[in-house]
Design a protein around this ligand. Sequence first.
Ligand code: ATP
Length: 299
Amino acid sequence: MGAEVGLLLEVRDLRFRYHGQAEPAVRGISFEVQPGEVLGILGPNGSGKSTLLSAVFDARKGHRAGAVSYESEPVTGPIGDRVGYATQQTALYHLLTTKENLTHAARLALPAKRVRAAVDAAVTEYGLGPAVNRVVGQLSGGWQRLVHVAASFVHDPPLRFLDEPTSALDFDTRGRLVELVRAWSARGVASVVTSHYPEDLEEMCTRLLIIKNGEVIRSATLSRLLAGLSRQLVVELSDEREVRIDVPDSAGQLSSAVVDAVRDSGTGTAKVAGLRVTAATLRGLLTEDPELAGLVDDE
Ligand SMILES: Nc1ncnc2c1ncn2[C@@H]1O[C@H](COP(=O)(O)OP(=O)(O)OP(=O)(O)O)[C@@H](O)[C@H]1O
């Protein structure tokens, strides 16, 4: 890469309220996406992730305000084949085969002469060979998710929205989707991905928006978010209290650091019940930061 790249997508102060609802679902969210970037959107159920994705390109009925530009041009209508959106619910024809579903999606997005090559490329890229002539309704949930994502992006758009792509998937399919997003990023394709799973976002994303109740409560690169998280030694005491100290530099310093911590805690009778080190991971951040605690389920 090297050279300075411009913004692909710029969203400013986006607000959205569903018809008939008193409270907005999205309350003034701004973000930017560069070519090849993978932006993660993390938040609990009902925090507004799906609404945010669909409100960017005005795909839901409601009151919408704010500004969106694509490659620095204001977006006032559909932007056609430059974006793809893999919705949270799979959208497939269950009585048609994988190939027929992909062909249908490609016909909607591409000129007729490009359809066949696009379908063949998708079958190869997503490893759909074993499922290509099978009726989609008979495929497992994981295969259906892959076909859905393949159909959503069969036109190879440079910007992709993926709403909860890894939800309810087995380990292998989850890993496959993470790999696909990373491979797209390596060739300059940008993705915006929502998830409840910090581990998946941590593997895919370089930047994160953490949202709650339709608002951004953290926005930073992953490394910056985790840099604020110092690893600490947590000394668990027998009276169920905890004492935190910096992780000692050597095993030799460990016992005196623990003894000091227990003494300084002011309980003469408490004993050390356990030791643990807080991890510098996104899940660690969500567990340790009081403002973020409870945003995702424990796994
Ligand atoms: N069609 C709709 N009409 C009215 N309210 C809606 C509609 N869709 C979603 N909402 C409400 O908007 C808020 C945000 O919902 P949204 O689905 O965007 O959250 P989410 O973070 O994607 O949740 P999840 O993780 O469960 O998918 C919620 O309060 C939800 O009940």
